[in-house]
Design a protein around this ligand. Sequence first.
Ligand code: FRU
Length: 477
Amino acid sequence: SASETSQWRPSVCFTPERNWMNDPNGMVYFKGEYHLFFQHNPYGDQWGNMSWGHAVSTDLVHWKHLPVALEPDELGDIFSGCAVVDHHDTSGLFGGRPGLVALYTSAGDTQQQSLAYSSDRGRSWTKYSGNPVIPNSGEADFRDPKVFWHAATNRWVMSLAVGDRIRFYGSPNLLQWEQLSEFGANHGAHGGVWECPDLFRLPVDGDDRRGKWVLIVSINPGGPAGGSGMQYFLGDFDGTTFTPDAAPDDVLWADEGADFYAAVSWSDVPDGRRLWLGWMSNWSYAADVPTSPWRGGMSAPRELELVSTAAGTRLAQQPVTELERVRRNRRAWSGTVSEQGGAPNTEGTALDVVAEFQLAGATATSFGFDVFANDSYRTRIGYDVTRQELFVDRRSSGRTTVHSSFPARHTVPLPPTDGVLRLRIVLDRANVQVFGDRGQAVITDLVFPDDGSTRASTFAIGGEVTVQALEVFDLDA
Ligand code: FRU
């Protein structure tokens, strides 16, 4: 129809064919396929009738849409949750063979945790006859189970969001769960309800002996850019209790844009990479996002690492390397950017930008890129040299009437590490994803560019900056 907004349909980031989508769910790799389930209303473009939509991919870039996997039942709607490979049939549901088990929240009169299983590579699901596997015990917000196999204690461990705490449970078989511990009373941001936890261990700077446990917690509201946001905790997990490294008031954010939420990682990725993606929206205005016939999109899949920085160990994210396979039409440049000009303009609506700016010798007070630009509109992505912070300014990015909080400038601290400022930017028609340095500073923002706002160009203010390397690619999935 005439009202379809195909100009805002991302080309590499996942969107549902039509209707409403929020959180990623049930992310698991099994028999050559990455599964992506998602919170979905199959019947409308507003939140409701919550079900698990489903798509699969062999390369994290091209997605095949599959029928809805889980629909509401007598226990309620199907809220967020996870899927794991039950390799050794600990559940006894698979006759000794491996199978897929999904754990999700049944949201009816109360929120409870339920289980479904699939013996046909996720194509059909059977709900467990003993649901719920964790009944409600009085809590209003009691949801979003995320499970992994904890080898050292030989059991499954579940993280669950309960109010503004994370509760851990253990199980030998995915069916019977006992409470292990609770985290959060004395740590983190508490400006909203905690949702969608995840817990995993990562090496530091690639060294597994210096590994740390990472506890991921979405919070809404109370995020750094207003509304929904994602905090994380670094520490130790002994199979029962999570012990954070940080002082109680230290809050670490995974992404300081407005539109990265409910990200959780894929289970069972074979090469040991820890991969995730997030819902690219914000509960402040998700219902008003002006796209049709779909509403809601995912970020690009990202690989997670821990890196040492001057401020301490930090979570770092970069787009998965698979994205590089759909790069086309390489343009390379180096030289000086000033108020008089810089790199040649690029046209494009899905671009991958890799840039290295020399901070040593830079006289500019800020520099970077104007993207999705024409003579009246632009989204400005830059580095403020004086304040040592990365920013995305979407105040005149096009359609900004989405919500009063939409026209905004988002920032994240990024102290220089070695005199060179590295930026990786993925632009995908209606979003910008900016990764600073090794990916320890990230800003993900939706934008709705005005018709014809397709130009990308460099800018510098107050002086000059030298670009030692710049590559721009089209992304063509
Ligand atoms: C997070 C969330 C989850 C819940 C789901 C409902 O965005 O609120 O806590 O399970 O969305 O759709």
